[in-house]
Design a protein around this ligand. Structure first.
Ligand code: GAF
Length: 425
């Protein structure tokens, strides 16, 4: 790879390294950089931890590290975003992970969490100094934490001088093993009991491709996503909610309760029914079975399960429509998905709803919905490329007057997964 073609956050990290790390350390390799992308999700929200389908694209926004390997077990990091140093030791991991996490800032806990999972997987780790940068909006629903985790895994591989590798062929860890390990790090470092959507999207990204992933079997296939007349527009509400992760974990529990309840009711009716016996997650409940039992569920569980079961079907519908070139019809399904997230799953917020409403009135917007965990963050909009300016104008005009906030608008392209670069000297 040619260093002039590196992405802006990677270049920034490389340029800043000598500024923040001086010659008080003996380094054992030349300067290197490692990075991983954030993602958007076309459809399939809150389906991943229910064993369902998702349809993300990795995007051209990354989390990046640039640094050098040390001769000891210390990791020192400088975050350009937080303007802060953090330091920890790799000695004794994974057992020491819990004790060590407390004094570290949140962003560094993800980096340590990934080291703990790599240590659990018995790969050799080395200390390093690095500058951490990125342009995935933090906490904005585009998986900034997964990008940081996957970039961390990539950085550990690079700074171990490739004592272990990540990749498809003969590598120590496959992309999906890496995703699973990063998901585990997310659970332990942040307490968010996320599914695998974000980490898998980051690990599997390819330019001009969407990824259809079955979150149970972890089988996936790529769909071409390269029509230049269609743009993926991400609009950030600027809302961030601290309590979003407890609400997320609560939704997850409600899904488990609904699954359990439907299974019980089904088995009471038909003790030998193999479909009933096989129910383990909401993914296993067909729309027909749900229709049959939904009225016997408490109202809250009925809404939660109803949303997930329908959303899973929506992913497959969107895939069919995209494959048939029917992008307008696919877009319509995004509006329906948003209504479900707002009214049944109840993870939207006023600002997300306002953005979706504004988009609805702009000709050329084919579909829009909130994206990610919810309670803030951003919307994803499928837009005819010649209508992007009109959408941007409408958001600038109406969003501040209806919410008292400013929104930022970005066009994203499907991009490659994690990668690294090593200077010759
Ligand atoms: C967050 C989680 F991290 C993902 O696993 C997924 O559940 C998503 O919310 C909702 O689809 O990004």
């Amino acid at each position: 790879m040619d260093s002039t073609k590196l992405l802006p956050p990677v270049k920034e990290a490389i340029e800043k390294f000598p500024q923040y790390f001086h010659e008080d350390v003996t380094y054992s390799n030349p300067l290197g950089a490692a990075w991983a992308p954030g993602r958007v999700n076309l459809i399939g929200e809150h389906t991943d931890y229910n064993g369902g389908y998702v349809l993300p694209l990795a995007v051209d926004r990354v989390s990046a590290f640039a640094g050098r390997t040390r001769n000891d077990q210390i990791v020192r990091l400088w975050s350009t975003h937080f303007n802060a140093y953090a330091q920890f030791s790799l000695a004794g991991l994974p057992e020491t992970f819990d004790e060590q996490r407390e004094p570290l800032p949140g962003w560094a806990r993800y980096v340590l969490g990934v080291a703990a999972e790599l240590a659990r997987a018995k790969v050799p780790l080395k200390g390093f100094d690095a500058v951490v940068t990125g342009d995935v909006p933090l906490g904005g629903g585009m998986s900034s934490s997964a990008a940081l985790e996957v970039a961390s895994a990539q950085a550990y591989a690079l700074f171990s001088n490739h004592a272990f590798t990540i990749g498809e062929d003969n590598a120590t860890l496959t992309p999906l093993e890496t995703a699973a390990l990063c998901q585990e790090a997310e659970h332990k470092a942040s307490g968010l009991m996320s599914g695998i959507l974000d980490q898998a999207a980051s690990c599997l990204g390819q330019p001009r491709k969407a990824i259809l992933l079955d979150c149970r079997s972890l089988e996936y296939r790529y769909l071409p996503f390269e029509d230049p007349t269609i743009s993926v527009v991400v609009i950030d509400t600027s809302v961030r909610r601290e309590l979003a992760s407890s609400a997320y974990n609560e939704r997850r529990k409600q899904c488990e309760e609904a699954t359990q309840k439907i299974r019980e009711l089904f088995l009471q009716d038909e003790p030998d029914n193999s479909e009933a016996k096989a129910i383990k997650e909401l993914r296993d409940i067909t729309p027909e079975t749900f229709e049959r039992y939904k009225d016997r569920l408490p109202e809250l569980l009925q809404k939660r399960a109803g949303y997930v079961i329908a959303e899973n079907e929506r992913v497959l519908q969107v895939v069919k429509l995209l494959e048939a070139g029917e992008i307008e019809e696919a877009g319509k399904i995004l509006w329906i998905g948003h209504a479900g997230l707002r009214d049944e799953y109840e993870v939207s917020c006023k600002e997300l709803d306002v953005l979706v409403d504004i988009a609805k009135d702009v000709p050329g917007v084919l579909g829009a919905r909130m994206m990610g965990g919810g309670f803030g963050g951003c919307t994803i909009n499928l837009v005819r490329s010649d209508a992007v300016d009109a959408l941007s104008q409408a958001v600038k005009q109406y969003y501040p007057e209806r919410t008292g906030r400013q929104a930022s608008i970005d066009i994203c392209r499907a991009a490659a997964g994690p990668n690294h670069f090593l200077f010759d000297k």
